[in-house]
Write a protein that binds this ligand. Structure first.
Ligand code: CIR
Length: 253
């Protein structure tokens, strides 16, 4: 398995913010935490394809928003924020040797953070960054490969994956205030602790999740559910509204 990552941009202080107030971000600390994230991925057996910094693209560390990579193909997305649209060009070049590429055409918009794949089910959040035009294009691209593509409600948060992520083959971690369990038939759920609103974003690799240090109460619930956890400190990029799934694109080489 390969994980594409990208060094934190020196312009991260100018990142897009939707639900958070701007607070100072320590670049060195953000880079150190990002390096720790890459080491944990490496420890879990992934090969890291680490891309150089994009000095003028503030949010470019959040590579997840630029593409959807599946076993059969990859879709180059069209991020909802204008400042982020140029991020896709270099990612398309990196993915081209590995996958047949499809491209979301303007004016459709979709961020990878809104796309939750569970097996052959692709759930896409209708957030402020993603629209139904993009969902229709993704449906057309993926129908020949047997994927079912559905819209899912997400409100009060930046992306669908701020509200729900997969933590085991049959289990989702969910913040029910931001999305509805009814979107996800046949799955079991672990609910976040209500005092930890941002706790629903975990990154599943094999049978282990990477999980932020910042949410100990929800972590206890995950441990009680028998989930294996590798804890990482992700506080600095959380100030840019980034979580753990956002910082990589993971696929089978
Ligand atoms: C943005 O607003 O686009 C960035 N500051 C954060 C993006 C986080 N990405 C993600 O959750 N997939």
């Amino acid at each position: 398995m390969i994980a594409i990552t990208r060094e934190v941009s020196r312009s991260i202080v100018h990142c897009e913010l939707t639900h958070l107030e701007r607070t100072p971000i320590d670049l060195e600390q953000a880079r150190a935490q990002h390096a720790e994230y890459e080491s944990v991925l490496k420890y879990l057996g992934l090969a890291i394809l680490s891309l150089p910094e994009e000095p003028s693209l503030a949010d470019s560390v959040f590579v997840e928003d630029t593409a959807l990579v599946l076993d059969e193909c990859a879709i180059i997305l069209r991020p909802g924020a204008d400042s982020r649209k140029p991020e896709t060009e270099s990612i398309a070049k990196v993915l081209a040797p590995y996958r047949k590429l499809f491209y979301i055409e303007a004016p459709a918009r979709v961020d990878g953070g809104d796309i939750l794949r569970v097996g052959k089910q692709i759930n896409i959040g209708l957030s402020s960054r993603s629209d139904t035009n993009a969902i229709e294009q993704i449906q057309d691209f993926l129908q020949p490969y047997g994927y079912e593509v559905h819209a899912a409600m997400a409100s009060g948060c930046l992306h669908l994956k701020s509200a729900v992520t997969q933590v085991a083959e049959d289990t989702l971690l969910i913040n029910p205030a931001w999305t509805d369990k009814k979107n996800f038939a046949r799955m079991k759920f672990v609910e976040i602790d209500p005092s930890e609103s941002y706790a629903a974003n975990a990154l599943l690799i094999g049978d282990t999740i990477l999980y932020p240090k910042a949410f100990p109460k929800t972590r206890m619930k995950l441990e009680d559910a028998g989930i294996k956890i590798a804890v990482v400190d992700a506080d600095e990029l959380a100030k840019a509204e980034g979580a753990l799934t956002c910082c990589s694109l993971i696929f089978q080489d």
